[in-house]
Design a protein around this ligand. Structure first.
Ligand code: FES
Length: 112
């Protein structure tokens, strides 16, 4: 089974975590099942950016993002070339290393 390494995130998983995933699960669902409460404001329907993650390793093993996901990602806080919406990215055979950005658009806008 592929593993997902979640890098430490101040609030959501301060120590980081290594978890097992099943092929076909979304990164978001794997995180939630392991108590890492990544925001998912639109309930996983590719209509927000709060579930944005950066795939530090294993990015190429994922199915490429579609146009709708890319459009949403353009609005994400801290966008990087290896950014994905974790509710849309399905785990394949390879291990992944995932960084949860420090802010989401919701949080970032609250602080200004
Ligand atoms: S939860 Fe809104 S796009 Fe993933």
């Amino acid at each position: 089974m592929p593993k997902i390494v979640f890098l430490p995130h101040e609030k959501l998983c301060p120590e980081g975590m290594v978890v097992e995933a099943k092929k076909g699960e979304t990164i978001l669902d794997v995180a939630l099942a392991n108590g890492i409460n990544i925001e998912h404001a639109c309930e996983k329907s590719c209509a927000c950016t709060t579930c944005h993650c950066i795939i530090r390793e294993g990015f190429d093993s994922l199915e490429p993002s579609d146009e709708l996901e890319d459009d949403m990602l353009d609005k994400a806080w801290g966008l990087e070339p290896e950014s994905r919406l974790s509710c849309q990215a399905h785990v394949d055979d390879e291990d992944l290393t995932v960084e949860i950005p420090k802010y989401t658009i919701n949080l970032a806008s609250e602080q200004h």
